[in-house]
Design a protein around this ligand. Sequence first.
Ligand code: CP
Ligand code: NVA
Length: 303
Amino acid sequence: MKRDFVHITDFSSDEIQEVFDLTATMKALVKKGKEYTPLKGKNMAMIFAKPSARTRISFETGMSQLGGHAIYLGPNDIGIGKREAVRDIARVIARYDDIIMARLFDHTHMLELAEYSTVPVINGLTDLNHPCQIMADIFTVLEHRKHLNDLKIAFIGDGNNVANSWINLAARLPMHFVLASPNGYDPDETILKNAHNVGISRIEVLHDPVEAVRDADVVYTDVWASMGQETEAELRRKAFMPFQVNGNLMKHAKKDVLVMHCLPAHRGDEITDEVIDSPNSIVFDEAENRMHVQKAIIVKLLQ
Ligand code: CP
Ligand code: NVA
């Protein structure tokens, strides 16, 4: 049975730990300049219906480091769901390649891709979630803090795809996760309900950024208007300005707080220069770990 990684919850807690162990091993090899090429002769198709820097570069470089090859298909190439039905392109690519990574708008297209592809599918972001990002994020937190017990993670901003994946993670690893968003910008209800039902984490959704950040160990933010929401940007800027992660807000967090952002950042909107460039910021460790964690996810799915 082929496996997919479309949601963090597709992996059990033990499997997430296995991915992190493999990530740490493979990252150490890269740092020592040692080759590890278990995927010689393997090909990955990368479908991008939206723009990307990190996701494209990290998957492509990662595949190359593993001895395999990645093929970039940009927004004008396939026309997934428009020029060609999702189920058809899923079956076509599976005849050529060993694994698919896709960044799509509609999450139901990701589900259809996974259903009809006979090779593993990795979700590189949809409007609903961004699982690879949050796997890299929590791996990064663990590099800096060793364990999650008792850590308060505050997500300030939109209850978007990135926030939804944090909540999915809270259904697999125990943590205290607090999200503060303006009214009307809450995370996905079903994902939240599922995480509450699993019951291993303390999860709070608030509308007060100061309360969320108070004594936080990690403060995380993301853009106010995600890809595809560009026309709402002005409206959103007004609603989100009180949720800006700036020096004043950060005074309420712990002194050694870790500042995180999935990037790209809109400096001066959701986060100020003084915060993202502060010594507490680990945003570039996060960005680097996208590659190491994704390599482990690929190896796990192809083993
Ligand atoms: N964080 C992230 O996914 O970045 P890109 O959109 O540049 O891939
Ligand atoms: N929420 C953002 C994340 C980008 C990596 C978006 O979807 O545009």
